[in-house]
Write a protein of this length. Structure first.
Length: 323
């Protein structure tokens, strides 16, 4: 049941070409960003060492850089603030035995001239492990898309499946483009956020497609654009309110959840906005562009009903002993 009942039908399909054009620009811009700038892989995928240090006073970042540059194994270290002025994160490329052995004690010795501090976290990932995680992450993403394609094809019709996959690729690519644009560090948390976007966007799309299928079955209308407009308009309040509720929760996490989950929350924020936009304006537009046939769909559904009735008739005759 819709939260807000309204009989107003919006002409989404009449403006589908501008929507598809705008999405194409975002999609191409994201591809260019990914090819030119690439992704900022964290130690989960690239391998390396992260050391989180908290000072009693404001961290002297310039002094930390100067001290680390004097040590060959730390010469390429990247130092950045982490949440507050007192905390910093030191990123070291590579994770050789020299770096991984008692790294906490070594950092204490090296940074001792910079002030009083404590080492709060040390994360070490070897390059081989990082490559394996990256490959398995891409495999998980690819398998998810394949399984979604099979599921939607079984539940609906192949054009629905292709349209939903195109919408998912659209959403993920734009989300990755935003990650590249803002140099968000890509780690396992970001991969989890991308997979979450997959499920979230698909859920919205399936609800719209389900309503379109019901409209095709129950309505005598022969114009697909009109049925799509009615279906999307009927689910509009549900889609908008659900997305806004989720958006406010994730925005709260982004604002107050701390530096550790900023990347995860940012990715979800982008995914929610893009996923909602694609569910309303893009997924159904792809369905129309793929020339979905109402007549063929109704004929197939009628054939299914006919076969079901024949099975029920045979079962009834068997139970009465007449077969």
């Amino acid at each position: 049941m819709e939260i807000f009942k309204s009989n107003k039908v919006y002409n989404f399909m009449g403006r589908r070409l501008p929507f598809l054009g705008f999405s194409s620009i975002l999609f191409i811009a994201s591809i260019v960003l990914l090819l030119v700038k690439g992704l900022n892989f964290g130690i989960d995928f690239a391998g390396g060492t992260i050391v989180q240090v908290k000072y009693e006073k404001a961290a002297p970042i310039s002094d930390i850089r100067d001290v680390l540059k004097t040590k060959p194994e730390y010469a390429n270290a990247i130092i950045s603030k982490f949440g507050s002025d007192e905390e910093v994160v030191i990123r070291l490329s590579g994770s050789s035995s020299d770096l991984s052995t008692d790294i906490s004690d070594k950092i204490h010795i090296v940074l001792d001239p910079t002030g009083s501090f404590e080492v709060r976290r040390v994360d070490i990932v070897g390059p081989k492990v990082g490559n394996e995680l990256r490959e398995k992450g891409l495999m998980a993403l690819g398998l998810s898309i394949i399984i979604i394609l099979i599921y939607v094809s079984y539940r609906f019709e192949w054009r629905f499946a292709v349209a939903s996959i195109l919408a998912l690729v659209h959403d993920i690519t734009i989300a990755l483009g935003a990650i590249s644009l803002f140099s968000v560090e890509v780690n396992l948390d970001i991969l989890a956020a991308i997979l979450t976007i997959l499920g979230y966007s698909l859920n919205d799309t399936i609800i719209v497609f389900d309503r379109i299928r019901e409209g095709v079955q129950s309505s005598k209308e022969t114009a697909l654009e009109k049925i799509v407009n009615e279906s999307v308009s009927m689910t509009l309040s549900r889609t908008t309110l659900t997305s806004l509720t989720t958006f406010f929760v994730v925005a709260t996490l982004f604002a107050f959840g701390g530096e550790i989950i900023h990347g995860f929350a940012f990715t979800l924020l982008v995914g929610i906005v893009v996923g909602t936009y694609s569910s309303i304006f893009i997924a159904a537009s792809f369905l129309v562009q793929l020339k979905f046939s109402i007549a063929d769909f109704r004929a197939k559904e009628a054939e299914k009903v006919k076969r079901q009735k024949e099975k029920e008739k045979i079962r009834a005759m068997y139970e009465k002993g007449t077969v």
